[in-house]
Design a protein around this ligand. Structure first.
Ligand code: UDP
Ligand code: MG
Length: 319
C-alpha cells in the first residue's frame, strides 16, 4: 500500500449552516473509519472552505476546528467568489499537506461512502478518480434534462469532459500540482482536470437529494456556468460564424444570378437587382470577415490562458 496516504477532503461551503453539523459528523466518521483500516494517515483532515457566506458557516467551521483540530481545518475566503474558485482555493491550500485530495459538495448530495472506493483506487495507482452519478432519480426532470444536455453539447463542441461527473473527485498531489499550472482565470475544473492527464478511472455513486437548505445554483448561475464551460474550452462557436459566412457567400452568388436573370427577362422593378445582389453579397462578406477576425481572437484567447503545454509524468534517463 502507498505510504503517502494523507487524505484531505475539501468541501466548499456557501451559506451551508443547515447542513454543516450533519456533513461534519459524517465526514468525521468516514475519516476515523479509514484511519482505523490504515488506508489514510492520522494527518488526514476535512477542510471546509467558506466562500464568503453571510450566515453562520464560518463560525461553525471555526468551532469544529477548535473542538477537533485533528479532523477539521478551515479556509476562509475574503468574499464570495463562486463554487469553482472556492474549490480551487481549497485544493491549492490542501496540496501543501496532502498526498490525495477529494473534493465534495457540502450538501451531502455526493455519497460519502464513495470515498472508500476512491481511496482504494488511489492505492491501486490511479491519480485522478472521477465520481460519476449512476442515476438522476432525485433531480427534477428540468435539472436532469438541462444537465445531461449540457454534457452532450460540450462533447459535440469537442470538450473533453466526463459524462455525469460533477466536482466529486479524488486527485493525487501530483495531479493538483498539475492543475496549479493552469493559470487561467475562467475556471471550469471539470474541463481542466482531464487535460492534466495521468492514470484515471471512475467510481459510480448515487446522487442523493440535498440534505437541507436550498441549491446555491439557481438557473441564472447554471447558465453562466455552462456558457463559461463552453467558451473556455472551445473556439467552435467562432468557426460556426465562419462556416455561416461561407454558406451565405455561396448563396449570394446564386441570388445574384437569379436577380440578373429576372432583370434580363424584364419582370423586375428598377433598383431591385442591385439591391438584391448587394444585400446578399455584403452580408456574406461581412460574416466571412467576422469569422476570420474571430479565428485570430480565438488564437489570442488561447494564448492568454497560458496553459501548460505538457506535464511530464516520468523521465527515464541515466545521468
Ligand atoms: N457553493 C460555493 N459558492 C457558491 C455557490 C455554491 O462554495 O457561490 C458550494 C455549495 O456550498 C455546495 C457546492 O458549492 O457545497 C454546490 O452547490 P449546490 O449544492 O447549491 O449546487 P447544486 O447541487 O444545486 O448544483
Ligand atoms: Mg447540491
Amino acid at each position: 500500500m502507498n505510504t503517502n496516504n494523507t487524505l484531505y477532503i475539501v468541501v466548499p461551503c456557501y451559506k451551508e449552516q443547515e447542513v454543516l453539523p450533519e456533513t461534519s459528523r459524517r465526514l468525521r466518521e468516514k475519516l476515523k473509519a479509514l484511519q482505523a483500516q490504515g488506508k489514510i494517515s492520522d494527518r488526514s483532515r476535512v477542510m471546509f472552505v467558506n466562500d464568503g457566506s453571510s450566515d453562520d458557516t464560518w463560525p461553525i467551521i471555526s468551532r469544529l476546528h477548535e473542538e477537533d483540530p485533528d479532523v477539521f481545518s478551515g479556509v476562509n475566503l475574503s468574499r464570495n467568489r463562486g463554487h469553482q474558485n472556492a474549490l480551487l482555493a481549497g485544493l491549492l491550500t490542501a496540496v501543501n499537506y496532502a498526498d490525495m485530495i477529494i473534493s465534495m459538495d457540502a450538501d451531502l448530495q455526493d455519497d460519502v461512502n464513495a470515498v472508500d472506493e476512491m481511496v482504494d483506487r488511489y492505492h491501486e495507482g490511479y491519480e485522478v478518480v472521477y465520481g460519476v452519478r449512476s442515476k438522476r432519480d432525485t433531480d427534477t426532470f428540468f435539472k436532469r434534462f438541462t444537465a445531461e444536455g449540457f454534457y452532450k453539447v460540450m462533447k459535440a463542441l469537442g470538450v473533453d469532459i466526463v459524462f455525469n461527473h460533477a466536482d466529486y473527485r479524488l486527485m493525487s498531489k501530483r495531479a493538483v500540482e498539475g492543475l496549479a499550472q493552469f493559470s487561467e482565470v475562467n475556471l471550469f475544473l471539470r474541463g481542466i482536470v482531464p487535460q492534466i492527464g495521468y492514470k484515471w478511472t471512475t467510481v459510480t455513486y448515487e446522487r442523493a437529494e440535498r440534505f437541507a437548505g436550498e441549491s446555491k445554483y439557481p438557473l441564472k448561475k447554471m447558465l453562466a456556468f455552462a456558457a463559461d464551460g463552453i467558451t473556455s474550452f472551445s473556439v467552435k462557436p467562432i468557426r460556426l460564424v465562419f462556416t455561416t459566412g461561407v454558406i451565405v457567400f455561396v448563396v449570394s452568388l446564386f441570388m445574384l444570378l437569379y436577380a440578373l436573370i429576372s432583370k434580363l427577362m424584364g419582370h423586375t422593378s428598377a433598383g431591385w437587382t442591385s439591391l438584391m445582389g448587394s444585400i446578399w453579397l455584403i452580408g456574406g462578406i461581412q460574416l466571412l470577415g467576422l469569422g476570420v477576425v474571430g479565428e485570430y481572437i480565438g488564437k489570442i484567447y488561447n494564448e492568454t490562458k497560458r496553459r501548460p503545454r505538457f506535464i511530464i509524468e516520468s523521465v527515464l534517463n541515466k545521468a
